[in-house]
Design a protein around this ligand. Structure first.
Ligand code: SF4
Length: 62
């Protein structure tokens, strides 16, 4: 599974970072980066949670 972010939608509120800080990272300019685009099986549950909780629906898992 791969996770991607639509940066036009992301408002950098850090919710996904709070849920999975090893997968998502905000830089000094509040731009979201995906550290592990290929989601390891043991991180899938948290990434699914982050995708579901993003208030801007900016994350996609496919
Ligand atoms: S939860 Fe959504 S809006 Fe917030 S930083 Fe993550 S991708 Fe961006």
């Amino acid at each position: 599974m791969k996770v991607t972010v639509d940066l036009d939608q992301c408002e950098a509120n850090g919710i996904c970072v709070g849920i999975a800080p090893d997968v998502f990272e905000l830089d000094d300019e509040d731009v979201l980066h995906i550290v592990e685009a290929d989601v390891p099986a043991d991180r899938l549950a948290d990434v699914e949670d982050a995708v579901a909780q993003c208030p801007k629906a900016a994350l996609k898992l496919q």
